[in-house]
Design a protein around this ligand. Structure first.
Ligand SMILES: [Zn+2]
Length: 181
């Protein structure tokens, strides 16, 4: 079992490699990943990312939620107004097979969870379910493309990670933001 004390000891190895040197708050690869919290859906593992390579938002489902859009807009705003650079991120939405959020499509599960978190809109929870990742990836790429809070200088693509094979398949190839959203 990985307890945090053991991991903090292990951190000494990372410090010794000096892999943190040269990293900045602008991702080296210009990559901004939105993916699921599922431990199998780790872009550092399946893309071989290193410290400083990418921005990553992880939430239940890897959905382009209002919160994810707000964080993406924040990073773009930070680049424009504090870092004096054009935010030219490649945003990659990566959802996966066998996602736990598919349970939100089950009435009894969704209803009991809605009660647990005092959700006012149970319908919104149903919409958060990833039962068919190809469908929800396309929806979420569209959500980014139609977001007026985002600059025209970023681009977005959509992908599915297969937990059974480790393979990432592109569903929506990279598209630029529309010029007049
Ligand atoms: Zn998931």
């Amino acid at each position: 079992m990985a307890n945090i004390e053991a991991l903090i000891e292990q951190n000494a190895t990372f410090v010794a490699t000096r892999a943190y040197e040269g990293t900045t708050n602008v991702p080296r690869l210009g990559l901004f990943v939105i993916t699921c919290v599922d431990p199998r859906t780790d872009p550092s593992a399946f893309f071989g990312l290193r410290a400083g390579d990418a921005m990553v938002i992880r939430n239940a489902g890897g959905r382009v939620s209002s919160e994810a859009l707000k964080d993406l807009a924040f990073v773009c705003h930070l680049n424009e107004h504090a870092l004096d650079r054009v935010p030219d991120f490649e945003v990659a939405v990566i959802q996966h097979t066998q996602c736990g959020t598919r349970w939100l499509a089950e009435d009894a599960f969704r209803h009991s969870f809605a009660n647990r978190i005092d959700a006012e809109e149970e319908a919104a929870l149903a919409a958060a379910a990833v039962t068919d990742p190809e469908r929800t990836v396309r929806l979420d790429v569209e959500r980014i493309l139609s977001a007026e809070s985002l600059p025209r200088t970023i681009s977005v693509s959509g992908h599915i990670y297969d937990v059974a094979t480790g393979r990432v398949t592109t569903v929506v190839p990279t598209v630029p933001m529309p010029t007049n959203a």
